[in-house]
Design a protein around this ligand. Structure first.
Ligand SMILES: *Cc1c(COP(=O)(O)O)cnc(C)c1O
Length: 436
């Protein structure tokens, strides 16, 4: 596939328009769509639409297709596996792929000592199961999550998620024994890691009490909440407190995992060892798969038959995961993520020097974002953000926003994107900003 942006028609083109009409007639409006078109194929940095337009992909399907959306090894192993068998249910008749994925996870997960994994289908399902396991291990019920957290859309995980609109609004009641504490958001709270951690620990201690607390869950970089990197030292102190008090620390690496930030896992930057890590998104080159990986004593607390599901660790998804992780290794995509960071940071800092509406640039590796604000007051500018993102989309660049205040533009390109495409895509966004 040609790796260049090309607009054959306006967006949406005639074929996309007809599909939109069909969508509007039968698809629930709660499932809303961002790009004004429909995909037919994708490879590395390009998604091609039904009208022959080629779009620059700065989203990777929300940090999923890190190895590209049709990585040769993934395609080949999926085709091979699908022809052998599609499903037996691991709990009924097990197969090697599931075990091999667990072996690979044991090798790359930054937890020392023996670790075990259980496989599921989605990030939310992984988080749900991590909480079940932590409760079973500790015999305690409470779970604490942070301001700006995102952990999914199922009943328990939307309760852990902080933001009301669109994730929780009208969907209550929420899960009991879910507590929220302040986190670390250096651009807005202006606290160093130690002070922010003291604040969080004080809330954990006085409002929940360690003897009631099964788990503390946090994304090492908060994704949907705004690509918030906690102040240095914050996570280390929180994890230390958890360990001293027998509280399971769960790192939700669903978005940050699998070389997205330049290392296998973002926890590695924080010098912490989580008790459990939840993963999904980038794990399997686009096939639905998720995992809970953790210390053996904690993982084995759940009784036989207590964990699982019909599709969890589907053999086709496992084949894709093994090939995807092999591709990350072979192509050195961790290093690719760091080169993306270098390139994007330099451009964004250049824009920031002449445009004070770019309040903050942050993230790690190929998980980078900038926050748009009123330069005088630092007030979030959500209207500007959505105007910039939709202008970029109209120009053929798949662009995502995020943030509790809706004022963050985030970049999550496939790690295999060419530098030319990356610079062009970013240029479209920054031009849209200059014109807005
Ligand atoms: C996307 C995400 C989830 C939920 O994953 P799904 O596969 O959409 O259920 C959970 N946690 C984090 C940090 C995420 O980014």
């Amino acid at each position: 596939m040609k790796q260049s942006r090309h607009l054959e028609t306006e967006l949406p083109g005639p074929k996309a328009r007809r599909l939109m009409q069909r969508q509007q007639a039968v698809v629930a409006r709660g499932v809303s769509t961002l790009m004004p078109t429909f995909a037919v194929r994708a490879e590395d940095g390009i998604v091609e639409d039904v009208d022959g337009n080629r779009l620059i992909d700065l989203a990777a399907g929300i940090a999923v297709t890190s190895v590209g959306a049709s990585a040769p090894k993934v395609v080949e192993s999926v085709q091979r596996q699908v022809a052998e068998f599609t499903h037996t249910c691991f709990m009924v008749t097990p197969y090697e792929g599931y075990v091999a994925v667990a072996e690979k996870l044991a090798e790359i997960t930054p937890i020392s000592g023996p670790v075990r994994s259980a496989l599921f289908n989605s990030g939310a399902e992984a988080v749900e199961n991590a909480v079940k396991i932590a409760r079973s291990f500790t015999g305690r019920q409470a779970v604490a999550a942070f301001d700006h957290a995102y952990h999914g859309r199922t009943s328990l995980t939307m309760s852990l998620t902080a933001k009301s609109m669109p994730y929780k609004h009208s969907f209550g009641p929420f899960s009991p024994e879910v507590h929220r504490v302040a986190g670390s958001y250096p651009f807005r709270d202006e606290l160093d890691g130690h002070t922010a951690a003291e604040r969080a620990i004080d809330q954990l201690r006085t409002q929940i009490g360690p003897e009631n607390l099964a788990a503390v869950i946090m994304e090492p970089i908060q994704g949907e909440g705004g690509f918030i990197v906690p102040a240095p030292g914050f996570l280390k102190e929180v994890v230390h407190w958890c360990r001293e008090n027998g509280v399971v620390f769960i790192a939700d690496e669903v978005q940050t995992g699998f070389a997205r930030t330049g290392r296998w896992f973002a926890s590695e930057y924080e010098e912490i060892e989580p008790d459990i890590i939840t993963t999904a998104k980038g794990i399997a080159g686009g096939m639905p798969l998720s995992a809970v990986t953790g210390r053996e004593d904690i993982m084995n607390a759940a009784h036989p038959g207590g964990l699982g599901g019909t599709y969890g660790g589907n053999p086709v998804a496992c084949a894709a995961a093994l090939s995807s992780m092999e591709t990350i290794d072979e192509q050195g995509l961790d290093q690719a993520a760091l080169r993306i960071e270098e390139l994007v940071r330099e451009r964004l800092e250049e824009v920031q020097r002449s445009d004070p509406r770019v309040g903050d640039i942050r993230g790690r590796g190929a998980m980078l974002a900038f926050e748009l604000v009123d330069p005088a007051t630092k007030a979030p500018d959500a209207a500007l953000t959505s105007a910039v993102a939709s202008a970029a989309r109209q120009s053929g660049v798949i662009t995502l926003t995020c943030g509790t205040y809706g004022n963050v533009i985030r970049l999550l390109p496939p790690l295999t994107i060419s530098h030319d495409l990356l610079i062009e895509g970013l240029g479209v966004i920054t031009d849209a900003l200059a014109e807005a």
